[in-house]
Structure formats: C-alpha cells, structure tokens
Ligand binder design. Structure first.
Ligand code: IMP
Length: 452
C-alpha cells in the first residue's frame, strides 16, 4: 500500500515569534485555495484578527477559515476548548449576520477549559513572585493542559457526550480543585459544582451537533486529496518545548505540533508558511533581546496598533530578530516566510535587524536555553536604510521601493528561507505575493471564476 500523503498543497501556517504575527489575515487570504482549515494547538489565548471591508473580527477559538462558506473549519484534538468562550464567538459572528457554526467541526477528543482552570491561572499568576510571572492571558490554558497530562482530572467532549456519569465525576473534580486552590492560594475561587455542571450541560447541548471524530474526518479528507490548511496559534518562541521557557504557552505551536494536535500523519504537511512581522513584538513577560524600550519602540507600537487582541495589553516592541526567526525556521522546516506589517516601518530613517546575541561577551547565533542568560543578552544590531513611501497603495511585489526589496533580501539571507508573501496593510488586498504562492492563488482565483 502506498503512504497516504494527501494533497501536495497541504500547508501549515504558523507564527515564528511570540504570537500576534498576523496569521489570521493570511489564513483568511489563503482560504480560497483550501477545503479545510484546522486549528491544532492552544485555545482562547490566541487572538486572530480578520478584516473584511470595514468590519474587523477578533477570533480566539474559531479557525480563521470560518468566514468562508466552502471551508470546513476544524478544532482539532490538541486544542483546549472553553465552551462558553466558543459560544460567545459564534454568537458574536451571528449578530454580524455570519452563520459561523454551519461548517464547524470540533474534535470529540478535545479537552475542555472549565471555570476552575481560569481561576487557577489568575490565582497562580497573582501569587507568583513578580519576576516569575508568565503574564498569561488568564484563559485557563496552562491549568487545562496540566489536567490533560495528569489525566485523572481532565474532561473531554467525548466524556460529556457519552452521558455516563460525567456530572458526578465533574462534581468530584470540582471538590478536588476547591481543596487544591484553598491549600495553594488560601481561597477556593468561589467554585460551585452545581452551576459548573449545569452551565457545561447547556453549552455542550448547543455544541453537540458540531462535535465529531475529526481524526476520521481528516483521515478521509487526506485520502480524498482534499486541501488542508493547518492553522497554528501563538508562535514558535512560545512553544512549550522550544520557546523561551518558562515564559511560554503550554502547547506545541509550530509545524511539529500538527500531527499530534490535528490528528493526521506527519506526511500530511507539504509546505510550512512561517509568519513574522518586519519587527518584533511580545506580550507578557520573558526575554526579548531585540526589545526597544525607547521612543522608537513606542513609535512602532502606535503605528502598528500593537495592543493585544485577547487582553488589550500594550505589546512590547523591538527590531526584527533574525536569530530567533532563523531558529524557528530551522526547527519547523519553514518553506516560505510571510513578512507582515512592512507598512508600519515606513518613515524610519534606518531600520534595525538583530543579527546576533551578545551573551555575557559571547556572540551567539542561536538562542540559549537558559531564560536568565537570554534575559541578560544584548542585541547585535545591523542597520539598513529605511523608507518613507506609504506602502499601502502598492499592489505588486515588484513595485515595492528598492530599499524595501533590499530589506527583504537581507531578511531572506539571515533567516535562510524565501520571503514569498508580504503585508503592507491590514486589509486582505494589502498583501503581496510572489513565487509559488502567487501562482497557487492566481490558479485558484481563475478556477473559481470559471466555476461561477
Ligand atoms: P497562556 O497561553 O495564556 O498560558 O500565556 C502564556 C504566554 O503566552 C503569555 O506570555 C501570553 O501573553 C503568551 N501568549 C499566549 N498566546 C498568545 C498569542 O496568541 N499571542 C501573543 N501572546 C500569547
């Protein structure tokens, strides 16, 4: 029997930094070429902004393909799902006239984020020494993944839908959680088992039609050569194994997380699109070597509207970090780079790129594992001429100003992957493509036009 590899277009789109790279917009742009969009990691900590005309949608749990009728949107087994948050998103889209839920499939193997996870997330952050705070999104992500690994206190969709004694088991879990919270933080979080059970029962009733064996669904889709886009949440530097640990999230954020998190064979991914901004941002605590704690950083934040989609927190800003980006490119086998937000850098006399880390006098070209060492590292910066042109009107890659093209060339050299897509503004139309991704989308657009 031949190995089932599926469509050669199957792609993973993932962030190469600390999240917020603009993955949602690119996913949305690529949707015409795909039949499925699959989330494989994270939960409501992600914040994907998708703009359609003058309407902006902030998605947290829903895959970014949700606005496209022909796409089946899948929440895979590796995602931790807060049912209340998910229903809130579905309802918000419905209010805008978008029937998001029609093509939504949720894995029956996915784990549930419950109220005590969110309470524990907040209490553990508040109780921690300020220097040890992770700065989480308080969405209960870490505590839910911890329960998943612990197994005995975890709850999945399948458990609730099986109908057998789930409510008694959940009540017992809540009793245990109250005792744990009291012992660790001196309060039980005001948890009430009856209302948690009742709320979950109501939420699952509304979601039940969407819950299915997505592993079988995607297995069939791969066999039939359907085209699948795997949508990563958060970013490579927040990866639980490979990020700036412990200042990371609790899942495998890169392409290496697809097989386990989506429930597909490792051969299912042909291309890996690594999304990064033309500068760097980070929310929450943790090392950030290229950070600019000055007027330039403030200017990037204001021009790039760098405030969190999920929490509204101002993002820390810095120059493009070629060391961290190359690390992610190599680790995830990135085949193409998406360089977003080039327009935000317009009007700087010169633009910086971090090309090395000065760690206690030693120049490193890859990030060290030790967060304290990384925290002490100073950026080795290289500067290139800036540009003053407003890029938002540019519609073809080759029409970009020469200074911008030179900057892109240098990024490609440093990160060892081709830049195939660039962002010059927030709208779908403000994205320029070249090489194979331009032909893929042009071919899809003409096929769609011929069909209609
Ligand atoms: P958690 O995922 O809520 O546990 O947060 C852990 C760290 O990851 C914190 O620094 C968060 O700010 C960060 N984080 C998690 N998801 C995202 C994201 O989608 N964008 C940016 N930062 C994120």
């Amino acid at each position: 029997m031949a190995t089932r590899v599926g469509s050669e277009l199957n792609t993973c789109i993932m962030g190469l930094a600390w999240g917020d790279e603009g993955k949602g917009k690119i996913t949305d742009l690529l949707c015409p070429a795909f039949d499925f969009v699959v989330r494989y990691n994270g939960g409501a900590n992600a914040g994907h902004t998708v703009c359609v005309g003058d309407r902006r949608f902030a998605l947290h749990l829903l895959p970014s393909g949700i606005l496209h009728q022909h796409v089946t949107s899948v929440i895979g087994p590796g995602v931790v799902v807060d049912p209340t948050a998910l229903l809130g998103e579905i309802d918000a889209l419905a209010e805008s006239g978008i029937r998001a839920a029609e093509n939504l499939k949720i894995s029956d193997r996915a784990h549930l984020v419950l109220p005590y996870h969110k309470i524990e997330d907040t209490l553990s952050e508040t109780a921690a020494d300020p220097s040890g705070r992770i700065g989480t999104t308080a969405r209960g992500i870490g505590p839910c993944y911890a329960d998943k690994m612990r197994r005995t206190s975890a709850v999945r969709f399948a458990d609730v839908l099986s109908g057998d004694g789930w409510s008694d088991r959940l009540r017992r879990i809540v009793v245990g959680k109250k005792a744990m919270l009291t012992a660790m933080y001196g309060e039980d979080g005001g948890l009430d088992a009856d209302s948690i059970v009742a709320d979950l029962g109501r939420a699952i009733e509304r979601l039940a039609d969407h819950v299915t064996d997505t592993t079988a669904l995607l297995g069939d889709a791969i066999g039939a050569g359907r085209r699948i886009l795997f949508e990563g949440a958060n970013g490579m530097l927040l990866d639980v194994d490979h990020g700036t640990y412990p200042f990371v999230t609790s899942s495998s954020t890169g392409a290496h997380g697809v097989a386990a998190g989506a429930g597909v064979p490792r051969t299912a991914v042909s291309h890996v699109l690594g999304v990064t901004k033309a500068y760097a941002t980070r929310v929450g605590s943790g090392p950030f070597v290229a950070e600019l704690v000055d007027e330039t950083g403030d200017l990037i934040r204001e021009r790039g509207h760098e405030y969190g989609t999920t929490t509204g927190r101002p993002r820390r800003c810095g120059w493009f970090d070629a060391v961290a980006t190359r690390y992610g490119v190599r680790l995830a086998g990135v085949t193409d780079i998406v360089l977003a937000h080039l327009d935000t850098l317009s009007s700087f006399d010169r633009v910086g790129i971090c090309v090395g880390y000065d760690c206690d006098g030693e120049i490193l070209d890859t990030p060290p594992a030790d967060a304290a060492r990384l925290e002490r590292a100073k950026p080795v910066l290289e500067f290139m001429p800036g540009w003053s042109e407003d890029l938002r009107g540019v519609r073809r890659f080759e029409e970009l100003p020469a200074t911008v093209l030179a900057y892109i060339d240098r990024v490609e050299q440093l990160v060892e992957a081709p830049v195939s897509i660039v962002g010059v503004g927030p709208e779908r139309t403000e994205t320029l493509l070249r090489g194979r991704w331009r032909s893929i989308l042009e071919t899809t657009a003409s096929a769609t036009a011929n069909e209609s």
